[in-house]
Design a protein around this ligand. Sequence first.
Ligand SMILES: [Zn+2]
Length: 69
Amino acid sequence: MIISKKADILILRVMKMIFICDKCRFIFSRTVQPEQCPDCGKYAVREANEMDRQEYEEHLKEFQGDENG
Ligand SMILES: [Zn+2]
């Protein structure tokens, strides 16, 4: 049986969710939602909405750009 790469990527996307801290705006990806923010430790973590996700992806791009010099 052939399993497509697309399906693999889709599963990864579903398993890893993106969360944001309302106190310090720290955005991170986890498989489960933590109670506390890993950055400031406040109990203000919620699931990231579409706008937050876009911001997160922008951050990732910036970070990768830095590595290339
Ligand atoms: Zn925080």
